[in-house]
Design a protein around this ligand. Structure first.
Ligand code: GDD
Ligand code: MN
Length: 361
């Protein structure tokens, strides 16, 4: 059994797999280690390459996931597939300096720590030749996480760290799994202060392939923060769904005043147009924000829209039914209406999660 499993999430990293393995083998010397590539079915055949590599070196394993995406969840699955005492997590693209791996492992063991982080923000480390905009984004992202992670941790955004397997498993059930920030997730989800240290390194430029950092990653970071700050009160998706619904109310009134007050369209017709327009805008906003990670496109978009109309139509009936019932039981009118809105919204949320977006969470 290896002492350390190096978990490497990959998506389209074919040109880097072999080089990473060679570099790791070089620095790990006589330690007992393995590499676990966790690949999300990359179209460039990364998983096949990893398997070919394990035919040459049995210390290489590959977990291939189909129909899924996500750096954090890939790391979680790789880590849980390991029986080693220690987990190391690093990127495949050679941006993390493998040369500090032995020092990180020594530190972890010698000081009996939970986590040792490869850090760009302690003395001797740096972000390398990042441009100003990436530096700014990184700074803002860090600021948003303030209060969630321990004061003394300088690089909570790092994707390069070693952790005791037991600590990882302790936190595993509480992890959000949203997006890229598995280290931050780990610190927040551990349920106790983790003992940690940081080892400096310089973030290297990417040699091959391209970064997968995009708006989805930013969105996932936001979901992670919302989940970790108020997730015990309301799920981030329901929150977004509610916010979109709120925007819909404003939109609806705008259309209604334009048609009914402005253009003299009969009230019932204006109300109908307003409702359809609002359902449509709610659908697209939810598709863009609430369900960005499972966004519908093409023909699925149309089918989704139709199912959204159907579900929300029922939701409106439920809303009216509940409100009317409450009102008939002498509940105040405003409260009756609120009860209807809450039940209708919950129905819409749960049913569209199932039928429109087929969400897991
Ligand atoms: N399995 C899997 N699934 N792997 C993924 C996915 C995915 O959906 N998306 C990205 N990866 C892999 C990449 O193949 C790479 O090995 C690693 O995760 C990091 O992805 P990059 O796209 O290279 O990220 P980056 O360089 O912009 O971000 C890195 O630096 C950040 C610090 O600035 C990552 O290490 C981040 O975790 C880190 O916070
Ligand atoms: Mn990278």
């Amino acid at each position: 059994m290896p002492d350390v499993s190096i978990v490497v999430p990959t998506f389209r990293e074919a040109p880097n797999v072999r080089e990473l393995h060679a570099r790791v083998a070089d620095v790990m010397g006589s330690q007992r280690w393995e590499i676990i590539f966790v690949d999300d079915d990359s179209p460039d055949g990364t998983a096949d390459l990893a398997r070919a590599l394990s035919a040459e070196d049995p210390r290489v394993r590959c977990v291939q996931r189909i129909g899924r995406r996500g750096l954090s969840t890939a790391v979680v699955e790789g880590a849980l597939s390991s029986s080693a005492d220690t987990i190391a997590v690093m990127d495949a693209d050679l941006q993390h300096d493998e040369k500090i791996l032995p020092a990180m492992l020594n530190e972890l063991r010698a000081r009996k720590l939970d986590v040792v982080v490869g850090s760009r923000y302690v003395g001797g480390g740096s972000t390398g030749d990042w441009d100003e905009s990436r530096k700014t984004i990184s700074r803002i992202a860090g600021r948003l996480a303030r209060g969630l992670v321990p004061e003394g941790l300088h690089d909570p955004m790092s994707g390069f760290f070693v952790v005791k397997s037991a600590t990882f498993r302790e936190a595993a059930r509480n992890l959000s799994g949203y997006g890229y920030k598995i280290l931050l997730d780990l610190f927040v989800s551990a349920g106790r202060p983790l003992q940690f240290a940081e080892v400096p390194y310089t973030f290297k430029p990417r040699a091959h392939g391209e970064s997968k950092l995009d708006t989805l990653v930013a969105w996932e970071y936001l979901m992670l923060l919302v989940d970790k700050r108020i997730g015990h009160i309301i799920s981030p998706r329901l929150l977004f769904f509610g916010l979109v619904g709120g925007s819909g109310v404003v939109f609806h009134y705008a259309i209604l005043s334009l048609l009914f007050l402005g253009l003299g369209v009969p009230f019932a017709s204006a109300q109908l147009v307003g409702t359809v327009c609002t359902m449509t805008s709610n659908f697209f906003l939810n598709n863009l924000f609430t369900y960005r990670d499972q966004r519908l496109r093409g023909t699925k978009l149309l089918r989704g829209l139709l199912s959204f109309y159907a579900v929300c139509g029922l939701g409106a009936l439920a809303n009216i039914g509940v409100a009317a019932y409450a009102f008939s039981k002498d509940v105040e009118w405003a409260l009756s209406a609120l009860a209807g809105i809450v039940v209708g919204t919950l129905w819409n949320y749960l049913a569209t999660a199932r039928f429109t977006w087929g969400a897991k969470k």
